[in-house]
Design a binder for this molecule. Structure first.
Ligand code: NAD
Length: 338
């Protein structure tokens, strides 16, 4: 099948070409994101392949459909950027990659925890400048501290296993209880109990109306003084203004985030010569106890290979009119990002 691949980075090309080594499909790579202005690039392509910041709204889908597109293949799990209802009405099949490597994301969360705790990001810079002072680098033993995990699905479960290995106590919150967590000794509690009793809080639930700004002023108020907050899930789980206030008052001791509510304007691009206009983001990254990575938690060889292989297999399934287990339809769902 002829596939227009949008938002292509060098690594997308490398891994998709490897997954397509038998040349099952004719992949044509485009750097721009898909939106209503760029959709014309896909004229004559029966399949279009997109990532998290591409916009497949109704207008964009109409342009695609009118020029022959019949398949939208997402190389990600979340589908908040796709108007599924419009796709169904236009006869466009939508497929995704529901899971690739929960280890990649959980391990990145652990990386943020260790760096923030032992101030490795600051030590790296100091040593390069010949400053070997330890002032300001004091950390704490993870052994014996309490980790509150919000969302105990695939990624939350792996994080729980790793933190158990450090000798941490585990508190958990989820709308469903995962027996694997209970087997590790985790205690399921309400958020009102998790917030004040956790030394570290890590978010692993999807973004939905119920979880939008889950971390707000009220939540920060309930947290332990000096808490470490980690978000590798979706940016809008956190109200950035509320956590900025929490960081200024010292209530939040440190913040690690791989995702940010307004990240679509920033992440995945080299803006090192630009003046960033987002003052909330700029304030956050100025704190010495804040560590931000640009949505890279998923970015391991294992995960990218799996994404590429599943994407190619999804396209083949649809081309050969086989049932694709990764097809998503406009069923009523409240999940905005997963
Ligand atoms: P999952 O579906 O396996 O687990 C999500 C868990 O959240 C489930 O157990 C679910 O019951 C729970 N949940 C649903 N509603 C909830 C609520 N209101 N409160 C608390 N918990 C709730 O998903 P996963 O594979 O573990 O992924 C978790 C999240 O990680 C995804 O939603 C996605 O946003 C994020 N993610 C980030 C990256 C990255 O690169 N940073 C990569 C992949 C996934």
């Amino acid at each position: 099948m002829k596939v227009a691949v949008f938002s292509t980075k060098a690594y997308d090309r490398q891994f998709l070409e490897a997954a397509n080594s038998r040349n099952e499909h004719d992949l044509v790579f485009f750097e721009p994101r898909l939106n209503r202005d760029t959709a014309i690039l896909a004229a004559g392509f029966p399949a279009v392949c997109v990532f998290v910041h591409d916009q497949a709204d109704a207008t964009t889908l109409e342009i695609l459909a009118s020029r022959g597109t019949r398949l939208l293949a997402l190389r990600c799990a979340g589908f908040n950027n796709v108007d599924l209802k419009a796709a169904a009405e236009l006869g466009i099949t939508v497929v995704r990659v529901p899971a690739y490597s929960p280890y990649a994301v959980a391990e990145h969360a652990v990386g943020l925890i260790l760096s923030l705790n032992r101030k490795i990001h600051r030590a790296y810079n100091r040593v390069r400048e010949g400053n070997f002072s330890l002032d300001g680098l004091l950390g704490f033993d993870l052994h014996g501290c309490t980790v509150g995990i919000i969302g105990t699905g695939k990624i939350g479960q792996i994080l729980a296993q790793i933190m158990k290995g450090f000798g941490c106590n585990l508190l958990a919150y989820d709308v469903y209880q995962n027996p694997e967590l209970e087997a590790l000794g985790a205690k399921y509690v309400e958020l009102s109990e998790l917030f004040p009793n956790s030394d570290i809080i890590s978010l692993h639930c999807p973004l939905m109306p119920e979880t939008h700004h889950l971390i707000n002023d009220k939540a920060v108020e309930q947290m332990k003084s000096g808490v470490m907050l980690i978000n590798t899930s979706r940016g809008a789980l956190i109200d950035a203004t509320a956590v900025t206030k929490g960081l200024k008052s010292g209530k939040i001791g440190s913040l690690g985030m791989d995702v940010y509510e307004q990240e679509a304007d920033l992440f995945f691009e080299d803006l090192s010569s630009a003046i960033i206009q987002d003052d909330v983001f700029e304030r956050l990254i100025m704190f010495p106890n804040v560590l931000v990575t640009g949505h890279q938690a998923f970015f391991t060889e294992n995960a990218i290979s799996k994404i590429a292989e599943t994407t190619i297999a999804n396209i083949t399934d649809v081309e050969q009119s086989r049932t694709c287990v990764n097809e998503i339809r406009a069923e009523p769902t409240k999940v905005l990002v997963g």
